[in-house]
Write a protein that binds this ligand. Structure first.
Ligand code: ASP
Ligand code: MG
Length: 473
C-alpha cells in the first residue's frame, strides 16, 4: 500500500439514495465522513442520486419519448427545486453560489437531453445512460458543499473523471479494471495526498470513447469497490439506513437478525437470489485484494454491522433465506424432447434472443420436461417467442405455465458437504404447507433454491428461517 501514515486508513465510503435524500440525511452522511477525515484517514466518498431521482429520470425519458413535454417540464422544475433547496440548507455562503450555478447548468443540459429524446422520439440505451447520469451528478455537489461547511476540503467528480473506464454495454457496463486502476491512481492519489476528499458519482463511468455509461441499477456499490480495489484501500464502508445485512427480509420475517460476518461468495449468492443487499457484482473487484466491505448504519454508527471478507462464519451452515417474487414458471414438454439435445439449446436461444432472462432451470431426468423461471413481466413475451419457434408442435408439444411463483433460496458456505440440509429445509416447507414446484442446487453447494406459489412465500420463508435457528442470532 502506498499510504503509510501510522494506523490511519484509506477508506472508500458509499452513501446510497436514502442517505442522500434531503439536507438532513446528507448532513448526517457528511458528518460521518468528517469524523474519519479529521482522524487523518484518507477518504474517498461515493454517492448515489437522491432517492427516487433515478426512477424519476427514467419516467421523464419515457414521457419525452412519448411526446409529453409538458409533464417533463413540470418534473424538471420539481427536480431543480429539490436540489437547490438542499444546497441552500447544506452550503455556507461562500459555496452556495457556485453550487447553485453547477446545479442549474446540469439541469439545463438535462433539459436539452430530454428535448433531444422528445424530438427523435427515441430513447436508446446510450441516451438512457446519459439521462440517468444526471441523478448522481446532481448529488455530488451537495455532498461537497456539506463537507466544505464542516471544514473538510472536498471536490466533486464524475466516475469518468476519476478514471472509471468501462466497455460500451450501456445500461450494464463492465469496468475495464486494468486501465481503470492506472487512471484512478493517477487522478485520485494526488487529491488524497493533498488532504482533499474526492466526492465521486456512483453508478457511472465512461467508455473508451468518453461516452457516459452506467454500471446497472444499484451500481454505486460497485463504483465503491472498483475504486477501493484500484486504490488498494484498507476497507470499503457501505453506509445504509439499516444495521447491516439480515438473515431474511425483515418485511417478511419479523425475527430477522443482522448477520455479523459473511464471505464474498455468500454475499454474491444472496444478491443473486434476491436479497436487496448489494449490486450483485460489488464484491468482484475487492475479492482478489481481500479488501473487506463493511455494511453499517448511518443512524446507528456504533453498531458494527456486517463485515464481508474472504471467510464467513464457519460455525454456521445456513446464513440467510432469500426470496425473489414476481416470477412465473414455463414448462415445455413433449415426447419429442427426449434425447434431442438441440431442443434445449433452441429453447434457451429463443429466450435469449428476446432478451428474456431465465432465473432458474430444471429438467426432469426423463428429459421430457424443462421448467424455467422467468420474470412475470416477461411471461407473455416468452410464451409467444416459444410458440413461434416451435410452431409445428412436433418437438415441444405442450407449453404450460404457473404465472405467480416465488423462488426461495437458502445461502451459506457451510452447506458444502453437510448432510441433511435439504431434508431439513423441505420438512420446514412441508410443515408450513408449501408445495415445492421445482428445485435447483448449484454445484458450489452454496445455495439450494426452489420455487413455490407466490401466495405461500411468507410462511415458507418464516418456517425455514426458524428451522435453521436464524431467529436466534
Ligand atoms: N442511482 C442509481 C440507482 O438508483 C444507482 C444507485 O443508487 O446505486 O440505481
Ligand atoms: Mg438509488
Amino acid at each position: 500500500m502506498e499510504h503509510n501514515k501510522g494506523d490511519s486508513m484509506r477508506l472508500v465510503m458509499k452513501y446510497g439514495g436514502p442517505l442522500m435524500d434531503g439536507p438532513e440525511q446528507i448532513d448526517n452522511s457528511a458528518t460521518l465522513v468528517a469524523e474519519r477525515s479529521k482522524k487523518d484517514d484518507e477518504i474517498v466518498v461515493v454517492v448515489s442520486a437522491m432517492s427516487d431521482v433515478t426512477d424519476e429520470l427514467l419516467t421523464m425519458g419515457e414521457s419525452a419519448r412519448l411526446g409529453d413535454m409538458e409533464r417533463v417540464r413540470a418534473n424538471l422544475s420539481k427536480m431543480e427545486k429539490k436540489h437547490l433547496e438542499a444546497a441552500q440548507k447544506l452550503c455556507d455562503e461562500k459555496t452556495l453560489g457556485e453550487t447553485a450555478v453547477k446545479i442549474k447548468k446540469l439541469m439545463e443540459t438535462l433539459d436539452q437531453c430530454l428535448t433531444g429524446i422528445f424530438l427523435l422520439r427515441e430513447l436508446t440505451p446510450r441516451s438512457k445512460d446519459l439521462l440517468l447520469s444526471f441523478g448522481e451528478r446532481l448529488a455530488t455537489p451537495l455532498m461537497r458543499g456539506a463537507l466544505l461547511r464542516k471544514g473538510i476540503k472536498a471536490v466533486d467528480l464524475t466516475g469518468g473523471e476519476v478514471g472509471i473506464i468501462t466497455d460500451s454495454t450501456y445500461g450494464n457496463a463492465k469496468p475495464l479494471l486494468n486501465i481503470t486502476e492506472v487512471m484512478v491512481k493517477d487522478r485520485l492519489l494526488p487529491i488524497l495526498k493533498g488532504g482533499v476528499v474526492p466526492v465521486v458519482t456512483g453508478f457511472i463511468g465512461q467508455d473508451e470513447n468518453g461516452v457516459i455509461t452506467t454500471l446497472g441499477r444499484g451500481g454505486s456499490d460497485y463504483t465503491a469497490t472498483i475504486l477501493a480495489s484500484a486504490l488498494e484501500a484498507d476497507e470499503v464502508w457501505i453506509w445504509k439506513d439499516v444495521d447491516g445485512i439480515m438473515t431474511a427480509d425483515p418485511k417478511m420475517v419479523a425475527s430477522a437478525k443482522t448477520i455479523s460476518i459473511l464471505s464474498y461468495a455468500e454475499v454474491m449468492e444472496m444478491a443473486y437470489f434476491g436479497a436487496k443487499v448489494l449490486h450483485p457484482l460489488t464484491v468482484t473487484p475487492v475479492q482478489e485484494r481481500r479488501i473487506p466491505i463493511r455494511i453499517r448504519s448511518a443512524y446507528n454508527p456504533s453498531n458494527p454491522g456486517t463485515i464481508i471478507k474472504e471467510k464467513g462464519n464457519e460455525d454456521k451452515t445456513v446464513k440467510a433465506v432469500t426470496a425473489i417474487e414476481d416470477l412465473s414458471i414455463i414448462t415445455t414438454g413433449g415426447a419429442g424432447m427426449i434425447g434431442i439435445p438441440s431442443v434445449v439449446a433452441r429453447v434457451f436461444s429463443t429466450l435469449a434472443a428476446n432478451n428474456i432472462n431465465v432465473q432458474m432451470i430444471s429438467q426432469s431426468s426423463s428429459q421430457a420436461n424443462i421448467s424455467m423461471l422467468v420474470r412475470k413481466t416477461d411471461l407473455e413475451r416468452a410464451l409467444k417467442a416459444l410458440k413461434v419457434e416451435f410452431r409445428n408442435g412436433d418437438l415441444v408439444r405442450d407449453i404450460h405455465t404457473i404465472p405467480k411463483v416465488a423462488v426461495v433460496a437458502i445461502v451459506g458456505e457451510g452447506m458444502r458437504g453437510t448432510k441433511g440440509i435439504a431434508a431439513k429445509m423441505f420438512s420446514a416447507v412441508a410443515e408450513a404447507g408449501g408445495n415445492v414446484l421445482t428445485i435447483a442446487q448449484g454445484s458450489s453447494e452454496l445455495n439450494i433454491s426452489f420455487a413455490i406459489l407466490e401466495e405461500d412465500v411468507k410462511k415458507v420463508v418464516e418456517a425455514i428461517h426458524k428451522a435453521f435457528g436464524l431467529d436466534k442470532a
